[in-house]
Design a binder for this molecule. Structure first.
Ligand SMILES: CC(C)(COP(=O)(O)OP(=O)(O)OC[C@H]1O[C@@H](n2cnc3c(N)ncnc32)[C@H](O)[C@@H]1OP(=O)(O)O)[C@@H](O)C(=O)NCCC(=O)NCCS
Length: 226
């Protein structure tokens, strides 16, 4: 064993410091995720966005943890997901497994944004979570689903805006989501809302049927126009 040169000593010191910094960064991210999941009134962080009156829609939204949702509301969300997504899942490598989807939607860490019109009819929802993903704190959008009759009136875009505001207020680094590549309507929708291919998206040869999209958290008014 020879003596280490000054250059190699300072290189390993640099590596140790970088590792430590990375550990601090992850611990910091986890603190934000834990704090976000402890919040009891997410609505207060995005109040003015929860009312949406536009294009003949008069909608109010509310946010709840899955365990606080009324059973009939969760049943509707599961049913809407099946109506909207079953065929798309069946025609890709994932296949449709209702049991697995229900388990995912009922996970204790699930949050729900629910949109109702002024007659009380359920129109749209998002299932989202605050989580660490590839080492950073993110708001992961598991689902955004709009009833067929309520589409193309800006409601889906408003739902994403609420998620983006929540991500900003809770110090998540981005809103991240998984999209099926053979769902052109969703692709056009997410792109028009400013979502781009995420660095964690798998290479095409690894998985061609889905991609990861994201939108970085930006202080409002500073979003980069695409
Ligand atoms: C994708 C979905 C959530 C969009 O919701 P929406 O309320 O209809 O979307 P918006 O009205 O806010 O659309 C905003 C913009 O997105 C784009 N867009 C939305 N739907 C589109 C479609 N079917 N084709 C092309 N562009 C579309 C448009 O640019 C639109 O703006 P415009 O209507 O002024 O042209 C909705 O169609 C849906 O629930 N689809 C089935 C489920 C699904 O695929 N969910 C996403 C994967 S989890």
């Amino acid at each position: 064993m020879g003596k280490k040169s000054t250059a190699s000593v300072s290189k390993s010191k640099e590596k140790r410091q970088a590792r430590k910094l990375e550990q601090y960064r992850i611990a910091d991210g986890m603190t934000h995720v834990t704090s976000a999941n402890k919040l009891t009134d997410l609505a207060s962080l995005c109040k003015e966005l929860l009312v949406y009156r536009n294009n003949d829609l008069d909608v109010e939204m509310y946010i709840q943890r899955v365990n606080d949702l009324e059973k009939s509301t969760l049943d509707w969300a599961i049913d809407l997901t099946e109506r909207n997504m079953k065929k798309l899942y069946e025609t890709c490598a994932w296949g449709w497994n209702k049991e697995r989807k229900v388990e995912e939607m009922k996970d204790d860490s699930a949050w729900y944004l629910i949109a109702k019109d002024n007659t009380g009819a359920l129109l749209a929802f998002s299932h989202f979570r605050f989580d660490m993903d590839f080492g950073i704190p993110v708001l992961y959008c598991y689902e955004v689903q709009v009833e067929a009759g309520g589409r193309r009136r800006g409601l889906g875009a408003r739902v994403l805006r609420v998620l983006e505001r929540l991500a900003l207020a809770t110090r998540m680094r981005c809103v991240r989501l998984t999209a099926l590549t053979h769902n052109p309507a969703a692709a056009a929708f997410f792109r028009s809302c400013g979502y781009i291919l995420d660095e964690t998206s798998p290479a095409l040869e690894e998985a061609a049927h889905y991609e990861i999209l994201s939108k970085a958290t930006e202080p409002e008014g500073e979003e980069i126009e695409s």
